[in-house]
Ligand binder design. Structure first.
Ligand code: ZN
Length: 469
């Protein structure tokens, strides 16, 4: 990419700094200690304390295009802020922890139905807040424990986290705070736009009032609009990809498509498109839904997860072909794409971006050493890539800096500057669902901030230059 671009003096100096610190990391963390080759959860603190991480945190990163709304914000915020809101109860449902805001009579009913329904504030009195909060944090994140030692167990824990959080986050006051915090964490990480994905949730109040999917989308739209207006110097907006579970019954799937049509008609500024989510290797293929999906209105775009598998020739692998044939605008993960040169060519020629989520792919056990990630091949082949965080609540990779770090260290050549990251950031704007006007504004905002960041990095060169004189 750098070959066709004229670099400013600041950029040349910035690239020199980035390369210097990158080389230093290769030196400090040799073959055995190289951080992207180790489990992210074990080395997260080492990554976040590196100088390179600090520089990347300040770097403009464009848009975040693949984040699941029920795992979009740091688990620490959920524990420290939301779980301290009044009237939050916990109980066990089908062996899974559930958190829900309830009034007293609903809590009594819950205790009758599920045996035990306890206020979190009471639990903190009994156990001490510190002990309880640590326990709760562990429930919301994938941790390195012997019980969670396989891909399917990690997926079970991940889907369990969504179950735990759903009723907590759909309490209207908690949802508004949560969504605002999600956007704030992105702004703090120098991200200017986001596409979240999830189901059409139904929010509720403590007094029994329930909002249907459309009213709940209105609440979501209002939060985004207020946040975007008050952060118009640094943030362009957020849109929503409707993404129901891939293994819905036929009837529920058809109902979902009806809701999608209605939501797209009522909230065209908010609804970006459609996806199906859940562990691909566990079933629920695009092929099973192909006839219905072909009938979806052409204005509704697809952003399918596809090929999030290490298998070759399975139904999950074949999702890739169906995603491409259905005209998916981007592909989530696409790990098995490397096994299909002909599909790689199609993806490149049709300019379909692949959403690469290094931390997610490693934590869930698809790619242990990120130098072996197939995105290296996609980049060399000319497929547009965007870097994504997937489920930051569960993985601890809030914002995009952790994924940018992993991508920079593991997916580029050792002597490469951050041009790869800039290309990914620009791709995230170009391959987003923003309209042309918004994209133009996003490019301008990005370039301006890139200039400021490069200038700051160049100042570091001058500072160290003077020190060494
Ligand atoms: Zn995902």
């Amino acid at each position: 990419m750098s070959g066709s671009i004229t670099l400013t003096k600041d950029e040349e100096m910035m690239i020199a700094v980035m390369k210097k610190f990158k080389t230093q990391e290769y030196h400090d963390f040799n073959e055995d200690l190289f951080l992207p080759a180790q489990d992210f959860i074990s080395v997260k603190e080492n990554i976040s304390s590196s100088s390179l991480f600090t520089f990347l945190r300040a770097m403009p990163k464009g848009a975040s295009l693949h984040t699941h709304i029920l795992a979009a914000t740091s688990a620490e915020y959920i524990v420290k802020e939301l779980s301290y809101m009044k009237n939050l109860y916990m109980y066990t449902w089908n062996g899974k922890l559930k958190l829900k805001f309830m009034n007293t009579s609903d809590a009594e009913k819950c205790a009758e139905d599920f045996g035990l329904c306890e206020l979190l504030s009471d639990k903190r009195q009994v156990q001490s807040a510190k002990v309880f909060d640590k326990w709760l944090l562990d429930q919301l994140m994938i941790t390195n424990t012997p019980e969670i030692n396989s891909k399917s167990k990690k997926w079970t824990k991940l889907s369990g986290i969504f179950t735990t959080l759903y009723d907590m986050l759909t309490y209207r006051p908690a949802f508004e705070k949560y969504l605002k915090q999600t956007l704030q964490e992105l702004v703090d990480d120098n991200i200017i736009y986001v596409e979240l994905r999830g189901t059409f949730m139904e929010l509720y109040e403590l007094d029994g009032v329930k909002y249907d999917a459309m009213k709940s989308l209105q609440i979501m739209s209002d939060v985004i609009s207020t946040f975007t207006t008050t952060h118009n110097e640094t943030f362009i907006g957020a849109r929503y990809i409707f993404a129901p579970y891939r293994k819905l019954t036929d009837e529920d799937f058809q109902d979902s498509l009806k809701l999608l049509r209605e939501a797209h008609r009522k909230f065209p500024h908010l609804i970006a498109g459609f996806d199906l989510v859940g562990h691909e290797d566990a079933g629920g293929t695009l092929r099973q839904r192909v006839e219905l999906l072909q009938r979806v209105h052409k204005d509704i775009k697809f952003y399918f997860h596809a090929g999030e598998t290490n298998w070759h020739g399975t139904e999950s692998d074949q999702n890739l072909l169906d995603a491409i044939l259905l005209g998916s605008s981007r592909i989530g993960h696409g790990l098995s794409l490397a096994k299909h040169p002909e599909l790689m060519r199609l993806v490149r020629d049709r300019k379909i971006a692949v959403e690469v989520a290094p931390v997610s792919n490693q934590v869930l056990g698809y790619v242990n050493d990120l130098r072996a990630h197939p995105a290296v091949l996609y980049a060399r082949f000319g497929i547009p890539l965007v870097i994504c965080n997937d489920d930051p609540t569960a993985f601890g990779n809030t914002g995009l800096t952790f994924d940018f770090y992993e991508a920079y260290m593991a997916l580029t050549q050792v002597d490469e500057g951050p041009e790869f990251l800039k290309a990914a950031a620009l791709n995230s704007i170009g391959h987003s669902s923003m309209n042309q006007f918004q994209k133009r504004k996003a490019y301008e905002m990005f370039e301006e901030r890139w200039k400021i960041w490069s200038h700051g990095m160049a100042a570091i060169v001058s500072f160290f230059g003077k020190l060494s004189n």
